[in-house]
Design a protein around this ligand. Structure first.
Ligand code: HEC
Ligand code: HEC
Length: 269
C-alpha cells in the first residue's frame, strides 16, 4: 500500500493558521481579478444599444422629456428638436464615429449618404441599417424626431434638407368636426397643401403613413369617414403628428388636404 510509505510531519498550530489564511486569500484574489476583468471588458466595450443596460441609459437620458410630457396627459406632445434628439440619442456614435458611424460635421463621411436623398436617410435611420440600430436604439423617438435629427446631422455636413416642423401647442380651440362639415374641402388647394406639408411622410410611406391612392392602406381609414380623418389630422394619431407637424397650417388647409387624400383614395365627399 502506497499510504503506508508516506511520512507525514506533524503540523504546528502556526502552520495550520498560515495555510488557512492562504486558503482564504486565494479565492478572494481570484474573485478580485475576475471583477477587474469584467469591469475592464465593460469599459472597453463598444456601445451596445440592444442591451438592456444601454436602453435603460437611453431612457434615463430622455427621461426629462418624458416627464415633461407626462405632466399633463392632455397637453400636446413635447417633441424634441433635431439638435436635442442628436445630443440625446445620436452623438454617442455619430460624434466620435463609433462603429464607423458617419461623423458629425464631416462632409467626407456624409457626402455620399446625403446623395441618397432625404427619404432614404430618414427611412434608414428609422428602420436601421447595418450597424446603425433602428432610431439609434431609442424606440421612444417619434419618426418626426428621428427625421429632425437626420436633417440636423445632414445639414451640418452640407445638405439643405427641411426638417419636419415641431408640433406646437394648438392655441385656438377648434371645433374640428363642425369646421370640417361646414364647407366642402377645396381639392385643388388640398393638393397643394398635401404636396408641401404631407407628402414628406405620406408619399414615402414613412412609419406607415398611408399613401393617397393606396386603396389597401386607405380602405379602413376611408371607412372612418372624412370628419374622423380630419379630426385625426388635426389632433394627430399614433405616428401622425398634429397637423402633420405643421402648426402654421390653418384648419381649412388641413380640411382641404385631408379632403384631397380622402378623395384620391376612393372616399366620397
Ligand atoms: C450605436 C451607434 C449609433 C447610434 C446611437 C446612432 N447611429 Fe446612426 N449610424 C451608425 C452607424 C454605424 C452608421 C453607418 C451604417 C452603415 O452605413 O453601415 C450610421 C448611419 C446613420 C445614417 C446614414 C444612413 C445611410 O443610409 O447612409 C443616418 C441618417 C443615421 N445614422 C442617423 C442616426 C440618428 C438620427 C441617430 C439618433 C436618433 C443615430 N443615427 C444614432 C451608428 C449609430
Ligand atoms: C411626420 C410624418 C407625417 C406628416 C408630415 C404627415 N403625416 Fe399624416 N400620417 C402619418 C402617419 C405615420 C400616419 C399613420 C398613423 C396610423 O394610423 O398609425 C398618418 C395618417 C394620416 C391620416 C389617417 C388618420 C387615420 O385616422 O387613419 C390622415 C388623414 C393624415 N395622416 C393626414 C395628414 C395631412 C393632412 C398631413 C399634412 C398636413 C399629414 N398627414 C402629414 C405621418 C405623417
Amino acid at each position: 500500500m502506497a499510504d503506508s510509505n508516506v511520512k507525514t510531519t506533524p503540523t504546528k498550530p502556526r502552520e495550520v493558521i498560515v495555510s488557512i489564511v492562504a486558503g482564504l486569500l486565494a479565492p478572494l484574489l481570484a474573485i478580485f481579478l475576475i471583477v477587474q476583468l469584467v469591469l475592464g471588458i465593460q469599459a472597453g466595450q463598444k456601445p451596445d444599444t440592444s442591451s438592456e443596460a444601454a436602453q435603460k441609459a437611453a431612457l434615463e437620458r430622455i427621461k426629462p422629456y418624458a416627464e415633461l410630457a407626462a405632466l399633463d396627459a392632455s397637453a400636446p406632445v413635447v417633441e424634441k428638436s433635431g439638435q436635442e434628439v442628436y445630443d440625446a440619442a445620436c452623438v454617442a456614435c455619430h460624434g466620435s464615429g463609433a462603429l464607423d458611424a458617419p461623423r458629425f460635421e464631416n462632409k467626407g463621411d456624409w457626402n455620399a449618404r446625403i446623395g441618397q436623398g432625404y427619404d432614404t436617410l430618414v427611412k434608414n435611420a428609422i428602420e436601421g441599417i447595418r450597424q446603425m440600430p433602428p432610431r439609434g436604439g431609442n424606440a421612444d423617438l417619434t419618426d418626426a424626431e428621428v427625421a429632425r435629427a437626420v436633417v440636423y446631422m445632414a445639414n451640418a455636413s452640407g445638405a439643405s434638407f427641411k426638417a419636419p416642423e415641431a408640433a406646437a401647442p394648438a392655441e385656438e380651440k377648434a371645433a374640428p368636426a363642425a369646421a370640417a362639415g361646414a364647407v366642402k374641402p377645396d381639392l385643388a388647394m388640398g393638393k397643394k397643401v398635401y404636396q408641401t406639408s404631407c407628402a414628406l411622410c405620406h408619399a414615402a410611406g414613412i412609419a406607415g403613413a398611408p399613401k393617397p391612392g393606396d386603396m389597401a392602406a386607405w380602405e379602413p381609414r376611408v371607412a372612418q369617414g372624412y370628419t374622423t380623418l380630419y379630426d385625426h389630422a388635426i389632433t394627430g394619431i399614433r405616428g401622425m403628428p398634429p397637423k402633420g407637424g405643421n402648426p402654421g397650417l390653418s384648419e381649412a388647409d388641413i380640411a382641404n388636404a385631408v379632403g384631397y387624400m380622402f378623395s384620391e383614395s376612393g372616399g366620397k365627399l
